[in-house]
Design a protein around this ligand. Structure first.
Ligand code: FES
Length: 163
């Protein structure tokens, strides 16, 4: 199959790859770039374990072709920590035990990142609604919701301290 030259940025670094057009972004990230934080839980757009940010929007990377990333900026869980400091959402998932087995965690965190970048005044119901595309098979969502609420408060405090 003819390959297509594809340029994009991942976690701030420019990438240039020759990709078969049929390949999914999740496999490009995992197999070509070694970014294995985006997990493949279903391949049917149900579980959300593969969620990354594409130009700031939460996208299930099993529903996007690698070539569609051309010209875009991708943020994966590996790019979230800055200067050796975990992102507040990562800290909150640890603090509030939102991790469980960890398989769904990168997707949960990236969706939370997208949510909280838009709005840091989410109610518990809004958080639950916005996370509905991310499934945790360990079945306990309370720690996850608590983690997002806690992250929201930490991020608000950080913004106030910067003013
Ligand atoms: S692997 Fe993408 S939604 Fe499940």
């Amino acid at each position: 199959m003819k390959k297509v030259k594809t340029h994009f940025k991942v976690n701030g670094k420019p990438v240039e790859l020759e990709l078969e057009p049929r390949r999914l972004l999740v496999s490009v990230l995992r197999d070509d770039l070694g970014l294995t934080g985006a997990h493949q839980g279903c391949d049917t757009t149900n579980c959300g374990a593969c969620t990354v940010l594409v130009d700031g929007k939460a996208v299930k990377s099993c529903t996007m072709l690698g070539v569609q990333a051309n010209g875009k900026e991708i943020l994966t869980i590996e790019g979230l920590a800055k200067e050796g400091q975990l992102h507040p959402i990562q800290k909150a998932f640890i603090e509030k035990q939102g991790l469980q087995c960890g398989f769904s965690t990168p997707g949960m965190i990236m969706t939370s990142c997208w949510m909280l970048n838009q709005n840091k005044n989410l109610s518990e119901d809004e958080i639950k609604r916005m996370l509905h595309g991310n499934i945790c098979r360990c079945t306990g969502y309370q720690g996850i919701v608590e983690a997002v609420k806690y992250a929201q408060e930490m991020m608000k405090k950080q913004e106030i301290s910067k003013q």
